[in-house]
Design a binder for this molecule. Structure first.
Ligand code: KG4
Ligand code: ZN
Length: 407
């Protein structure tokens, strides 16, 4: 593909699509430069619909319900992004929707909505479509993948597949203008001197540490052997009668406990695998320890506060300890944190303290970009599009178990 170039700097407009879990998101950006030089980007349009309220009564995400919601939401979100981006309602002549029904055979509602949309909207001025193809809930992923395949076919625009986890980690780098990874004079320039880095991924589906010698090459050092840390937050919250998603709930209670609660109730929980000489995690034992404490009991508000605090501190101790060990072992200069749990204030404070001592800088996305979104997918898509990593629409597949660094 010919990459457009302005003033000697390569630029591309990328449409990002994210449907891996319970957020449906679409984003349109223009990014310029390379990861090493003169990188900058603009967000033209960004729209997201959360399904939290739909899944809350079940205490977790229901894959087939997520699939249905994504199918309903994608076209309205695309329309909103077009509006925000002021994409002109160009000519619809030459847009051939013949193949649409085959591609969207399993998403009839999405197909009907898209046909109506394409009847009134012309082809936008974009260079590529970036879509999450894994990891995540496979029925949910397929909706985004098929939507991208449909748009790619009717608009004749190439697709670049994106690993959701790489997206989360990228948000730590690009959304922190106030760090030494940027040279603000020439936009958002990312310095190579921040590498090697350690990536800590902490979300509802993943907990892992990766070595990033250079962007975007990931070597997985360790991962959870059972529950992800966000999943543990959610399950513990549920045991305590708190609504889904439980992470922010536990965090709010724990912060209140730290600020106001002075006893007498106290509790002590294990720090699983803290001293094991590897980079793996395990959170199911911690969760079971909480279950033993709450089973057949009605907790008082004081008890809930103390328990939330101790759970958060136990999980944080393990995350911080293993991250610092990875930093020391690999001489990392930077720690890039990604995933929903990176919004947790206690985790951030403790990581910052420990990494200041270890002489490494901490990069965390601001909370509004910590959870799932399509900007991260568009950005990572841009870096891969620069390397011509496009894929034929017909061969693109969703992969619920996609790994970082082993794609
Ligand atoms: O990255 P994300 O939006 O989705 C996945 O890819 O999994 O992460 C969602 C997870 C949920 O488990 C949620 O409870 C957790 O992130 N989470 C938090 C906080 N905010 C979101 N966990 C702890 N503290 C928070 N403040
Ligand atoms: Zn995520």
């Amino acid at each position: 593909m010919d990459v457009p170039s302005y003033c000697g700097v390569e630029c591309m407009k990328i449409l990002g699509i994210e449907t891996s879990c319970d957020e449906t998101a679409v984003c349109l950006i223009e990014a310029c430069g390379t990861f090493e030089q003169n990188f900058s980007f603009k967000v033209f349009g960004n729209a997201l619909l959360s399904q939290v309220a739909v899944h809350a009564p079940y205490g977790g995400v229901f894959p087939n319900l997520a699939k249905r919601e994504h199918s309903r939401n994608l076209v309205p979100l695309l329309a909103r992004v077009f509006q925000q981006s002021r994409v002109p309602r160009g000519s619809t002549s030459g847009i051939d929707t013949d193949g649409l029904r085959d591609i969207l055979e399993r998403e009839p509602e999405l197909c009907t909505q898209l046909e109506m949309f394409l009847a009134t909207h012309g082809k936008p001025d974009i260079d590529a479509i970036a879509v999450t193809h894994g990891p995540g809930l496979e029925p949910a992923l397929w909706v985004g993948v098929n939507f991208a395949r449909a748009l790619s076919t009717v608009w004749n625009v190439p697709i670049v597949p994106v690993n959701h986890l790489e997206g989360h980690i990228a948000m730590a780098i690009v959304s922190n203008p106030d760090t030494s990874l940027y040279n603000e004079v020439s936009g958002l320039r990312i310095k190579e001197s921040g590498f090697p880095a350690i990536a800590l991924l902490i979300s509802g589906g993943h907990t892992e540490l990766d070595l990033v010698r250079e962007w975007p090459h990931f070597e997985t050092l360790g991962e959870t052997r059972d529950d992800a840390v966000g999943e543990a937050f959610d399950k513990v919250a549920r045991m305590m009668g708190l609504p889904y998603p439980g992470g922010p709930q536990i965090s709010a209670l724990a912060e209140t406990a730290r600020n106001t609660y002075r006893g007498p109730y106290s509790v002590s929980l294990p720090r699983p695998m803290l001293h094991e000489k590897n980079f793996d995690f395990s959170f199911s034992g911690l969760k079971t320890a909480v279950l033993r404490l709450v089973k057949d009991k009605t907790l008082s508000e004081d008890e809930k506060m103390a328990l939330a605090r101790e759970f958060e501190e136990a999980a944080t101790d393990v995350l911080v300890h293993k991250t610092v060990r990875a930093v020391e072992e690999y001489g990392a200069q930077t720690v890039l944190v990604g995933g929903g749990v990176s919004a947790n204030a206690h985790v951030k404070r403790e990581l910052k303290k420990a990494l200041d001592n270890a002489g490494a800088q901490l990069l965390v996305p601001p909370p509004e970009w910590a959870t799932d979104n399509a900007l991260m997918i568009a950005l990572v898509g841009y870096f891969h599009a620069l390397n011509n990593e496009f894929i034929e629409a017909a061969t693109l597949r969703a992969n619920g178990n996609l790994k970082l660094g082993r794609n």
